[in-house]
Design a protein around this ligand. Structure first.
Ligand code: ADP
Ligand code: MG
Length: 728
């Protein structure tokens, strides 16, 4: 029995096979009074009073104590909704969606009515929505349109300990706007209440930051978790990828030798998780439950992946209790560390790694990297096993790895990623002095300057640090500034139909399926090469455009995807994203003096020329053999990634632009497009024109005309020996 179940459940890991509902679990449907058993329940009345009592309130409590799902409901019951919406931000979109689903269910309303959610490219709210879960990025956009947040009575910033970039910025903005009630309430009928929720100890710092506001601590109960170090990952293995194999091995050991209880495996990202699920499934199939398993009540293994871009109906399964006798094994990203609490977890398998967006100074760009987690993160992960009874945590790394490779705390995102989009948002909100903005932890000045430089390069701000009309348009798009720039260029030239699909395709998860099985991998590769050939554009952006169009116009899009090893789900989202981007564009075109341009060149070049206007910062030139050299001043040596249709055609290329970079032992550029030097010739000097340190005055305040004039003379003097000459 167990084997059959494992096999059916496993198919969820393989995303081209539609989800098969195992069985309707009673955990999901039953009306339990579980919420009254949560630690937060006893403090309901005091909590409501505390929120009413001051503008800012910090709430802290163990993960799983009920903060995210219960507090908004309490405030709803207390009648806050009469004065405005109750908004709750989450750093992760999956968390916003899943929690909203749960709360809608607890409040017995349809999702999107009283309880709704909004995340990038997916708005599930209505006129009736009074409890609104959303990503921190969404609230930031709302503040752009309505700085006084006049629609809200309470704003809850959740998961503040995660220290996501947008949450940190929101903290600063809310502090700035609402610290002084007289000044801030002009556009509002009543006062706004701001609740800041955090799972960990930084509450003193938070309270101090928010003018010594009160702190409400929900006493938690936790059970001891025994941690065991392993042997697989030591200080020398910081870049190895053997951790996937190892967690699979350990998870299977736990399954066969430990008492009943569910397993939670922490891995790094979607592809690793799917690989692990594949391997787990293959190995679990050969278990003979009569002989191999210690606990004879355990009769099967239910393998469930959990990562950010999973479809929501699959996510729901994660929370359901497994059928009797079946052990659930959830293989998750860090999302299961604090954002989502899964009941019944008794065993943790910790890979010791996390996928993190970091600014890579070697290539001068933000890159998703697999890095060791911090010690505090490891403790948080382990703690997930001790929520309802004593648990065990199996770490695959050595004690030495813990001591030598794992930092004490995770560095806040604001101190390790590009600030470009956020700085533009701040500037659009009238925050000129981006250096003295109240940051909870100040980013390094060079990151701020780097952001200003990029904004200047893509014409979003001028030399005085003021937002240009183009910048005001750009801030409306929830996209990377370079991509937005290319899109707006295309729109100005009247060919947005070429760029909108590309922007959409680059905003969803990877659309090409990469099966784990080597034979199937070969087959998929072959189909993908055919897709690129059919596109006929000989560049990866063109392939994306062609795949989008072909799928959209095919008779049966989902089977078209299956035939071509393309994720139908990803394409469906791309279709929806494209529509939404088009709507934003239309709105802007109607409202403002939208720029228009004419194009005199060869029409066949139009597409690539538009790309150049946004991606000229990501330009590389072939130096020797297959090696390219970036032109942004970093001069990094890069290679074309094997997934590109231009891979192995390197010898015929000269100049290329690329969408992003992947760093392994080499630096790879992905989504590549060949260009001509003439197309970027006039843009490239911009990369070197401004000295970031000159921008530091721009970062502090608006610069006077005089200063700019001085600057320009100085620049002009430098120019004759400038960039264009050097590279010819
Ligand atoms: P906190 O925010 O304090 O970490 P939560 O409010 O997220 O706590 O979780 C409280 C309880 O609600 C947990 O027991 C968790 O398992 C449960 N829960 C949360 N979301 C769901 C869901 N989608 N389905 C089932 N149970 C859920
Ligand atoms: Mg929570």
């Amino acid at each position: 029995r167990g084997r059959g179940l494992a096999s059916r459940a496993h198919k969820t890991a393989n995303r081209n096979i539609e989800w098969i509902v195992l069985r309707k679990s009673n955990a999901w449907d039953s009306k339990d009074n579980e919420s009254e058993n949560l630690p937060i329940y006893q403090h309901k009345a005091r909590l409501i009073r505390a929120v009413k009592g001051s503008t800012f309130l910090v709430v802290t409590g163990e993960t799983g104590s009920g903060k995210t799902t219960q507090l908004p409901q309490y405030l709803h019951q207390a009648g806050f909704w009469k004065d405005g919406k109750i908004g709750i931000t989450q750093p992760r979109r999956v968390a916003a969606i899943t929690v909203a689903q749960r709360v809608a269910q607890e409040m017995q309303c349809a999702l999107g009515r009283e309880v709704g959610y909004q995340v990038r490219f997916d708005d599930c709210t209505s006129q009736d929505t009074v409890v609104k879960y959303m990503t921190d990025g969404c609230l930031l956009r709302e503040i752009l349109a309505d700085p006084g947040l006049s629609q809200y009575s309470v704003v809850i910033l959740d998961e503040v300990h995660e220290r996501s970039l947008n949450t940190d910025i929101l903290l600063g903005l809310l502090k700035k706007t609402f610290s002084n009630p007289d000044k801030s309430t002009k556009s509002r009928s009543g006062p706004l209440r701001v609740v800041v929720m955090s799972a960990t100890l930084e509450t003193d710092k938070l309270s101090a930051f928010l003018g010594s506001c009160p702190v409400f601590t929900i006493p938690g109960r936790t059970f001891p978790v025994t941690c065991k170090f392993g042997f697989a990952v030591g200080p020398k293995d910081t870049e190895s990828s053997s951790y996937v194999k190892e967690v699979v091995k350990v998870a299977l050991d736990v399954h066969t030798s430990e008492k009943a209880g569910d397993i939670l495996v922490f891995l790094t990202g979607q592809s690793e998780i799917e690989r692990a699920c594949d391997m787990l499934y293959e190995k679990a199939e050969s278990i003979d439950y009569r002989y191999d398993v210690e606990d004879q009540t355990v009769e099967g293994l239910l393998i469930l992946p959990l990562y950010g871009s999973m479809p929501t109906d699959q996510q729901r399964q994660i929370f359901q209790a497994p059928p009797p006798g079946i052990r659930k094994c959830v293989v998750a990203t860090n999302i299961a560390a604090t954002s989502l609490t899964i009941n019944g977890i008794k065993y943790i398998v910790d890979s010791g790694f996390v996928k993190q967006l970091n600014h890579n100074s070697r290539v001068g760009m933000d890159i998703l990297e697999v890095v060791p987690i911090s010690k505090s993160e490891a403790q948080q992960r382990a703690g997930r096993a001790g929520r309802t009874s004593a648990g065990k945590c199996f770490r695959i790394y050595t004690k030495e790895f813990w001591e030598k490779c794992m930092p004490e705390y995770t560095v806040p995102e604001i101190q390790r990623t590009s600030l470009t989009a956020v700085i533009l948002t701040l500037k659009c909100l009238g925050v000129h002095d981006v250096i003295r903005f109240p940051y909870l932890d100040r980013p390094e000045e060079r990151f701020i300057l780097e952001a200003l430089k990029q904004l200047y390069q893509c014409d979003a701000i001028d030399r005085r640090g003021r937002v240009t009309p183009l910048g005001e348009l750009m801030v409306e798009f929830p996209l990377h500034p370079g991509l937005t720039r290319a899109l707006l260029k295309a729109a100005a030239l009247g060919c947005e139909d070429l760029l909108l699909p590309v922007a959409a395709m680059l905003s969803v998860e990877n659309i090409f399926i990469r099966p784990g099985h080597p034979e199937r991998q070969k087959e998929a590769d072959k189909r993908h090469r055919q897709l690129a050939a059919m596109a006929g554009s000989n560049n990866d952006f063109g392939t994306l455009l062609s795949v989008f169009q072909r799928c959209k116009t095919s008779e049966n899009p989902s089977s078209w995807c299956k035939d071509n090893w393309v994720h139908w789900r990803a394409l469906k989202s791309a279709f929806s994203v494209e529509t939404q981007l088009r709507e934003i564009l239309l709105r802007l075109q109607q409202k403002r003096d939208f720029p228009t341009e004419t194009f005199n060149g060869d029409k066949s070049e139009l597409f690539r020329r538009c790309l150049c206007s946004g991606y000229f910062t990501n330009v590389a030139r072939r130096s020797v053999g297959k090696v390219f050299c970036t032109m942004d001043g970093h001069g990094s040596m890069v290679h074309i990634h094997p997934s590109s249709s231009l891979f192995e055609q390197e010898a015929e290329l000269d100049w290329v632009i690329f969408h992003d970079v992947m760093v392994t032992s080499r630096v790879y550029i992905r989504t590549v497009c060949p260009i001509r030097y003439e197309w970027v010739k006039d843009l490239l000097p911009k990369l070197h024109e401004v000295d970031v340190y000159e921008l530091s005055s721009v970062a502090r305040q608006e610069v006077t005309e005089e200063e700019v004039a001085k600057w320009e003379t100085r620049e002009a003097a430098k120019r004759p020996t400038g960039f264009t000459e050097v590279i010819k």
